[in-house]
Design a protein around this ligand. Structure first.
Ligand code: NDP
Length: 330
């Protein structure tokens, strides 16, 4: 049983030496616990935050201890009522091959209904993030023009497509490669998309959204946020989901210079955390599940094989190696 420990707190971009793959004993599950052999591990941008001691909504990873994250696996030993050997569960003890999980922190998932990895992505945390952020935080309504950054990623690709399925007048996405831009327009039905590395975000957004935007779903921050404020229509709404452009910054990042536009537009900007919106989970599954099953809602996954590549996969998410949800397959 191997597990990943955080060895030192990264400064700037994390380095492989900040982590160590350590051999650990497999414990016997106690009363009310199950032993899970993990099959898919999630790697997510927010994990960068947990590697630092900056004040946050979740405590930092402890140095010299195993890290945590979303994971799906098969129960190989059970000491808990209601969960049997052979069941598959979603839980939060990733970054390791075997996990002893309290049954109350394990959610049974149906391996026959959908591929196991989707419970970490399109049908899981990132899917719900897209759904809650767009519909609740950004108060999306039919006819809105929507701009989403990080649009080829796990959250962003769902935001754009859900907006489209729910009657957006126009959906615009930005991403970091020409191939991703092509995918957005040709496969995911975005009306327009641009590569933010090809030039000014503000100018490319003005061209892609000549009539402005009603909703901006922010995964990136920085010049994307400033550009979106610049194109915001009257009563526009900005849902701040993530600011990945700043996660490896060693200096405080300057804010948008055009906030006065929020007065002109009566615009609203609001951050949200998916953890506050799990009450929407049943509605999310009921609405999005059938779209995924029918293929109306498409999703990508980038699958990295082997626990030894867990850190590389995580760094890959920060670099943009992924299209859709990045997962590690064990
Ligand atoms: P993604 O699958 O979108 O992966 C991250 C992507 O970010 C990369 O693929 C890369 O794509 C892009 N990226 C990296 N650096 C930059 C940069 N400097 N500028 C612009 N884009 C960049 O990850 P998720 O879908 O899991 O997460 C997306 C965002 O949502 C993150 O900011 C994350 O922190 C946030 N989040 C927030 C939650 C909440 O509750 N508020 C919950 C889940 C996620 P590219 O090739 O396009 O650069």
């Amino acid at each position: 049983n191997r597990e990943w420990h955080l060895q030192s707190r990264p400064v700037g971009w994390p380095k492989p030496e900040d982590f160590a793959l350590v051999e650990a004993e497999v414990r016997t599950p106690g009363e009310g616990q199950v032993l899970v052999r993990n099959k898919y591990l999630s790697v997510d941008p927010y994990m960068r935050g947990r590697m630092s001691t900056a004040k946050s909504y979740i405590p930092p990873f402890e140095l010299g201890k195993v890290m945590q994250g979303g994971a799906v696996g098969e129960v190989v030993e059970s000491n808990a009522e209601g969960i049997a050997v052979g069941d598959h569960v979603l839980h939060f003890l990733g970054w390791r091959e075997y996990a002893v999980v309290d049954a109350k922190n394990a959610v049974k998932v149906d391996a026959a209904a959908a591929p196991l990895s989707t419970y970490l992505g399109v049908l899981g945390m990132t899917g719900l993030t897209a759904y809650a952020g767009l519909l609740r935080t950004a108060s999306f309504k039919e006819g809105d023009a929507v701009f989403v950054s990080g649009a080829a990623g796990a959250v962003g690709s769902q935001v754009g497509q859900i907006a489209k399925l729910k009657g957006a007048s126009r959906v615009i996405g930005s991403a970091g490669s020409d191939d991703k831009v092509k995918l957005l327009v040709e496969e995911y039905g975005f009306d327009a998309a641009f590569n933010y590395k090809n030039g000014s975000v503000a100018q490319q957004l003005r061209e892609a959204a000549p009539d402005g935007i009603d909703v901006y779903f922010d995964n990136v921050g920085g010049d994307h946020l400033e550009a979106a404020i610049g194109q915001l229509n009257r009563d526009g709404r900005i849902a701040v989901c993530g600011m990945i452009s700043a996660y490896n910054s060693t200096e405080p990042v300057p804010g948008p210079k055009n906030l006065a536009r929020l007065i002109q537009t009566r615009g609203r900007i609001e951050g949200f955390l998916v953890g506050d919106h799990y009450d929407l989970q049943p509605q999310f599954v009921a609405e999005v599940g059938p779209w995924v099953a029918s293929g109306q809602l498409k999703y990508g996954e980038t699958v990295v094989e082997g626990i030894e590549n867990n850190v590389e996969a995580f760094l890959g998410v920060l670099r943009g190696d992924n299209t859709g949800k990045m997962v590690v397959k064990l």
